[in-house]
Design a protein around this ligand. Structure first.
Ligand code: DGT
Ligand code: CA
Ligand code: CA
Ligand code: ZN
Length: 579
């Protein structure tokens, strides 16, 4: 955590504590303002505080007494007032505020009148029905709280792929560079590309594992060594993420990689398949089954296959199965599809500029798309209801469209579509009237608000958007945020059937915070005959790099280039768009 995030958290916690203690709103707001100033600061505030304490006070939003706290924190690592305030509350009470939808006012009542002191007591009291006697705690509200609590508890133990994959890649790069390392790869759920990761599993092939293990547990970002053996070690990083490393001999590489990539359930299917063919599969290889219970590798048995994954699958009568499909969802019972790859993506069809909440101009976004070899980019700024995202009024939209078309005329070698990411309002109406939408080249329709409505309302809402003839794509259809909010839960089958019929594509939003649609829904959408659209929803140039997370999610859903509108030849795409 950078010191700014740390400082912001301390001030947010003080503000929360004051609210829970019923102190005056003015002080609470002042503290929140400091927290936001710390979040937004580009310099490292602790470093500034140490070199020039006066400079902190001159930052917008930070008053004299808050500045003193930051200076104190920079010097000592503590904030006396923070500690004093927190000591007035039960130790787990602030955690309760992390339940989506629970604010300080509700939690205060639950604490003072309901005896809730932490997540465990909240859970127990929800189960026993005790909280129903509190003011404004109807059955519906309580049920929502219980669902959100369950969601928080499953969501928070796992790390998003967007955090874990770059980390795993960096660690593999370091391990691969060590002397004597023949192969190095990540395995486990990271290699399978799951949207969240429990722990990171790394694998190396080497004849001299000890120095590799020592280097691994001695890495700079290691906070705790959980285990340090000669072929197996485990560490916890400063971020809290656990990383396991195994070392095997190069002859076993394929078998070990297969075993530690999983999933556990996929491995079970492979082992059963091996047994039926009178063979035994383990992390050392695929061996003939001679009825002897002693593990074959300990008896010097020669494996049928072990060095590569492909040789093992082949000996089992299977094609090599991409890791993204290894989830025991029937992947061994059907031909392996040619899954979509990043290189197949030819265009970005959902992005934002400074006209709404993006960080770059139209020219910059178009230039970046061109630099990346795309044949087209659709500029889709937010619509008028998205006030927090600086959504465009009709007048501003029409001006913006003219600007986008002007850029389109200036720049050669890439098609630029003037579009909009138009809000799907809670009742399914779109945020611009049809005659305005008719003037656009491209319309992404997305839900942004009312994401807690019931399934029936959500289904009607999205069906209505799909039925609009101007809509090309439904953007991040559920509106979920991984580890944040569950999003809409409509009758997906009904929606996919309607979208397939109407020729509306479903988005896989590649932002690792969203991955929306998720893998299983991608599979269902394809089965219903829908086309998918993988977009980064770029708000800046770096965001184009998020594409791979969308592609991984597509692969997990069995997506091929055939069902992805971003991969079609331009003529096919353009004809589809106009139809
Ligand atoms: P995660 O870490 O929860 O996101 O999921 P995975 O799939 O990475 O699971 P993990 O880290 O427990 O184990 C890594 C791989 O090791 C797993 O995918 C399959 C393999 N494996 C083989 N046998 C076993 C076993 O008996 N238990 C577990 N947990 N994993 C096994
Ligand atoms: Ca794992
Ligand atoms: Ca593991
Ligand atoms: Zn959006």
């Amino acid at each position: 955590m950078s010191s700014n995030a740390d400082i912001a958290q301390k001030f947010h916690e003080m503000a929360n504590a004051l609210e829970l203690l019923g102190e005056n709103a003015f002080r609470v707001n002042a503290l929140r303002k400091v927290a936001r100033a710390a979040e937004d600061a580009t310099d490292d505030l602790a470093a500034v505080a140490r070199s020039d304490p006066k400079a902190i006070e001159s930052i917008d939003g930070i008053g004299a007494s808050s500045a003193r706290k930051i200076v104190e924190f920079a010097a000592t690592g503590h904030m006396a007032e923070h500690e004093a305030l927190l000591s007035k509350l039960p130790a787990g009470l602030l955690e309760v505020l992390r339940v989506p939808g629970l604010g300080p006012k509700t939690v205060k009542v639950m604490w003072e009148q309901g005896g809730v002191t932490d997540l465990a007591t909240l859970k127990a009291k929800l189960a026993s029905g005790e909280l129903a006697s509190l003011p404004r705690m109807g059955a519906k509200t309580l049920q929502n709280i219980a669902e959100n609590l369950a969601f928080l508890q499953t969501a928070n133990q796992r790390t998003r792929l967007g955090t874990a994959l770059p980390l795993a890649e960096a660690m593999i790069e370091r391990l691969a560079a060590l002397p004597g390392v023949v192969h190095a790869s990540f395995a486990g759920s990271v290699r399978r590309g799951r949207e969240t990761i429990g722990d990171v599993d790394l694998l190396v092939a080497t004849r001299h594992p000890e120095p590799v293990m020592s280097a691994f547990v001695g890495s700079v970002d290691v906070a705790q060594v959980i285990a340090h053996g000669s072929t197996k070690s485990s560490v916890r990083l400063q971020s809290g993420l656990q990383v396991d490393l195994r070392a095997v001999v190069p002859e076993c590489w394929g078998a070990a990689l297969l075993y530690f990539t999983g999933s556990k359930e996929h491995n079970v299917i492979l082992r059963e398949r091996a047994q039926k063919q009178r063979m035994r599969l383990n992390e050392y290889g695929l061996f003939p089954d001679d009825g002897d219970d002693t593990p074959p590798q300990e008896r010097g048995c020669k494996p049928v296959a072990a060095a590569t994954e492909a040789s093992i699958y082949k000996s089992l009568g299977l094609e090599w199965i991409p890791p993204e499909l290894r989830e025991a969802r029937g992947e061994c019972d059907r031909p392996v599809p040619t899954l979509i790859e990043v290189v197949n993506i030819r265009r970005e069809l959902h992005c934002h500029t400074t006209a709404s909440d993006g960080q770059c101009t139209i020219e910059q976004m178009v230039g970046e798309a061109k630099r990346r070899g795309f044949d087209c980019i659709a500029v889709t700024d937010h619509s008028r209801s998205s006030a927090q995202a600086n959504g465009l009024s009709i007048d501003r939209l029409l001006e913006h469209v003219a600007l986008v078309r002007a850029v389109a005329n200036q720049v050669s070698g890439i098609h630029v579509l003037a579009g909009s990411e138009v809000d799907i309002l809670a009742d399914g109406r779109l945020d611009y009237p049809d005659e305005v939408l008719a003037q656009l080249d491209w319309v992404v329709a997305s839900p942004h608000t009312a994401l807690r409505q019931d399934s029936e309302a959500a289904t009607e809402r999205l069906l209505k958007a799909i039925a609009n003839p101007h809509v090309c794509v439904i953007g991040h259809p559920s509106g979920r945020v991984l580890g944040g909010r569950p999003g809409l839960e409509p009758q997906w089958q009904q929606l996919f059937d309607a979208a397939a019929k109407a020729g509306v594509a479903m988005e896989i939003n590649a932002n690792p915070l969203r991955l929306d649609l998720p893998d299983q829904l991608v599979r269902a959408a394809i089965a219903a005959g829908c086309n998918l659209s993988i977009n980064t929803d770029a708000h800046g140039l770096d965001n184009f790099d998020l594409l791979r997370y969308g592609v991984i999610t597509g692969k997990r859903g069995g997506l091929t280039a055939v069902h992805c509108i971003n991969s079609w030849p331009w003529k096919q795409f353009d004809a589809w768009r106009k139809s």
